[in-house]
Write a protein that binds this ligand. Sequence first.
Ligand code: ASP
Length: 612
Amino acid sequence: MCGELRADGAGENVVLMGWVNRRRDHGGLIFLDLRDRSGITQVVVDEATGAAHQKADAARPEYVVAVKGHVRRRGAGLENPNMPTGEIEVVADELLLLNEAKTPPFSPAEDAIANEEVRLKWRYLDLRRAGMQENFALRSRVAMAIRNNLIGQGFLEIETPFMTRSTPEGARDYLVPSRIHVGEFYALPQSPQIFKQILMISGFDRYFQIARCFRDEDLRADRQPEFTQIDLEITWARQETVFRVTESFLKAAWAAAGIELTTPFVQMTYDEAIRNYGIDKPDMRLPAMVTLTEVLTPELRERLKIEQALPVLGFVIPGAGDLSGTQHKSLVNEVRASFGDCGLDLLDVKRLTTSTEFEPLAQAIRKELDAEYERFLKSNGGAESAQTGIYADYLAVVVTPKLGTPAMWNYDPQWIWKRVGALRLQLGAKFADKHGRYAKTGTENDYKFLWVTDFPMYEWNEETKTWDAAHHPFTSPHEDDIKAGRLTSDKGAVRALAYDVVLNGTELGSGSIRIHRQDVQKEIFRSLGMTDEEAQARFGFFLQALEYGTPPHGGIALGLDRIVMILAGAQSLREVIAFPKTAKAIDLMCDAPSHATEAQLRELHLNIRGRS
Ligand code: ASP
C-alpha cells in the first residue's frame, strides 16, 4: 500500500496503485505523489524510462495509476520527516495510466475545503481526503469493537424490519406507500423499540443491533433524518444490568480509539442533575452550580431587593478571574441583557468586596464557591486543590431573583435552575480558552461520562394541553409511584425507570426498564389520553403479545454516529456519515429526494396535491 513502505524496504521491488495526489515536473524527473487509503508515497520517474516518463508527463491530479519499480532511500537532506514514508521513494520502471480524471472541483490533497455544500455534492472526492479516510477507518474499528464486546457479553445480533408500523419516539414518520394495498403505508422505524421488546417475549434474552433509525424532524445542526443506533434489550434486567453492559461496550469502543476509560460511571438522579447543573445532561468538565439560597438571609435579601422565597445560585468559571474592570463591566451588562425581563439579575460579587457592609456576604459566597471548586478539583485528580489561595483565579457568577420574579415560568418550577445552568454553559464556552477544560489532552480526562436516572415519566405539552410520555410509552413508571396512585392523581410527580448516558454535556443514549404487564401498559396508554380503542388500533398486536408470558426486560440505545464523531474529534455528524443529508434533508450528491414519475405515482395510486 502507498503508506506502508519504510527505509528497511530499500531495494525491494514493488507494485503500487493509487491516485495522483500531486505531480511535480523537474524536467528529466517527474515526481508523482501516489495516494491510497493507507497514505502517500513519492514516485520518481526518470526520463530514461521512456514510456513510463511519457505517461507520467500525461498524468494529472486524481489520475489512477499503477507503478512497478523499486524502493530507494532518499538522498541525504531530501527526507521528508512529515510523511511516514518520507525516508524513501519508489523509482518507477513501468507506469500504467489505469484511468483519467477530470480536473476535480477541489483537490483531495488539500486539508482545508471551506464550502460544505461543494464537499457534499462531490462526496467521493471529499471522502478521498486523508482526514475522512481516517474517520471511516475509526468508525469501522469502533463498530467492530462494540459488536465483539456485545457478542462476548452473550448478545445475539438480530435484524428488525425497515418497512413496518409506526413506532412512537416523538418524531414524525417517514412513510412508504404500498403498491399492493391501496391507500396503505409502511412506516420506517423511528427505532426498533417494539420489535426488540417482542424479541424478549420471544425468549431471545439479550438482543442487539447496530440499527438504522428514521425520524422526520426539523433538523438541527446535529441531527440527521437517518442515523445509526447501538440498540439493545435485556431480559431480567435491572437498571444496573443495563449500565454495566453499556459501560463495558463503551470501554471497548474507546479502547478502539486508544483511550482507557474507568468504569463504573458517576450516577445521579434527574433532580440532582437539575439542582446541580440546571440541565438533564450535565457537562461535568466544569464545576457544578452552588446553591446560595441560605447564604442570602431574609435581611440581606430585604436590603438587596432580592425575592425572598426563590433560589440564589452561583457557579465559578476557572481561570476567568482576571478580567479587567472594563471587561468585567461589559460581561455584567451582557448577562443582565440576556436575562431580559425574566426577573433574574446578576449579583456583582466583585463590587460587594469593595463595601465594608457587604464584604462578609462576599466572603460567605466565596466560601461556598471555593468548596465546590475544591470538590471539583479533587474529583478530577487535581493536585492544585491542596494549595491555598488558588481560587482567586476563578470568575464568580451569582444569580439572584429580583423582587416579583415568578416562581414558575411556562409552568416550569425549575426554570431558575435551568436558566442559570444555561448561563453556566454559555460562559463556559465563552471562556474556554481561559479555563482550558474543553481542550483535548488525548486521555480519559477529556471524557466525563455519567448516568442520569429517575427522569419524569410525563411531560406537560402546553400546545395540546396533554401529558405526553417523556421517554416513550413503553417505559415503566416507578413501582412506588404506581402504588401511590400518582398515575392519575399527580402525573407531574411520577418518576420513570428511564435513564440517559451523558458525555460532556451531550446525551449519548437513553433507555428504560419497560412495562411488561399488559394491564399496566393499558393504564399508561390511558394516562396519555389514548382511548382503549385507539390503543388497540395502534398497538393491538403488541398488547396481545404482552399477554403471552412477557418477562421483565429493559434496554437502551446509543447514537453510534455521535460516538464516532466525538472520538474523531469532529465538529459535525456529517464528518462521520459517508453520505449524509444537509440541514434541509437533501442528499446533494444524488439529489434526493426527487420527483416520482407519473407512472410510479399511478402504480402507487397517489395524486400529488398542489404540485406545480
Ligand atoms: N428506543 C429508544 C430510542 O430510540 C431507546 C430505548 O429506550 O431503548 O430513543
